[in-house]
Design a protein around this ligand. Structure first.
Ligand code: 5RP
Length: 227
């Protein structure tokens, strides 16, 4: 079993009957969704899923997990999702799979959030992973120009065919090549305040628990801010 599968299965243990569960996106969340689907089928687990992308929606429907839109539930009990980087203060970068907008919306309306990662995602400081910023197409070249002037080295994310990648909301992604992010909160505010920016991949003060898979097995870290 690989690290991603180990943490996916471990996280699915936190799902209980009658919960409304946010189902994350990516290659790690994939294993969690598979395990939740298995429990629905084999154990009769009764949940409502709220998906964070079209890809996860397709997977969950194939597994027979009942789904509702985030707008059709009063709240989400628990969201389980992957992450691209997590620093020592439990701050994260997400959006490597271009699903950051729905992921942040679902996490925001969740009572509890768990991230599942392999050990390579745990870092002292955020920023080696390019920071995704979702922008609407109209005016996006202007945003790129401004971000370039600020030294953030933005690049439009493209598909294998060289086309601009479109998110589930038909927006574009600019990846910022920052190296290190010394002040995540300041950068988050700066990006949020830019006209045309829909959302950015800094997920700050959002996670209650991180489950890490590595050479020594599965380790669960509690965010002291939420204890
Ligand atoms: C998608 C995400 C993913 O959760 C993140 O990119 C981690 O993906 P993976 O588990 O495949 O490494 O934020 O937008």
């Amino acid at each position: 079993m690989n690290f991603k599968q180990m943490v996916g299965i471990e996280a699915a243990k936190y799902v209980q009957d009658d919960m409304i569960v946010g189902l994350g996106t990516g290659s790690t969340a994939y294993y969690m969704v598979e395990e939740v689907g298995r429990r629905v089928k084999e154990e009769g687990l009764k949940i409502t899923g709220v998906t964070t992308s079209k890809a996860t929606e397709t997977q969950a429907l194939e597994l027979g997990i009942p789904l509702r839109s985030v707008d059709a539930v009063p709240y989400v009990d628990l969201t389980i999702d992957g992450a691209d980087e997590i620093d020592e203060n439990f701050q994260g970068i997400k959006g490597g799979g271009a699903a950051l907008l729905f992921e942040k919306i679902v996490a925001t309306y969740s009572k509890e959030v768990i991230w599942i990662v392999d050990q390579s995602k745990m870092v002292p400081t955020l920023g080696a992973f390019p920071l995704p910023v979702e922008v609407i197409p109209y005016g996006s070249q202007q945003i790129k120009h401004i971000l370039t002037e600020r030294g953030y080295q933005p690049t439009f994310r493209t598909t294998n065919d060289g086309e601009f990648l479109r998110t589930d909301s038909n927006n574009l992604i600019l990846d910022l090549h920052l190296g290190t992010i010394a002040k995540p909160e300041q950068l988050a505010t700066e990006l949020t305040n830019m006209v045309g920016v829909v959302e950015h991949g800094l997920f700050l003060n959002m996670v209650n628990r991180v489950i890490v898979g590595g050479d020594s097995g599965v380790v669960t870290l509690e965010n002291p801010k939420f204890l």
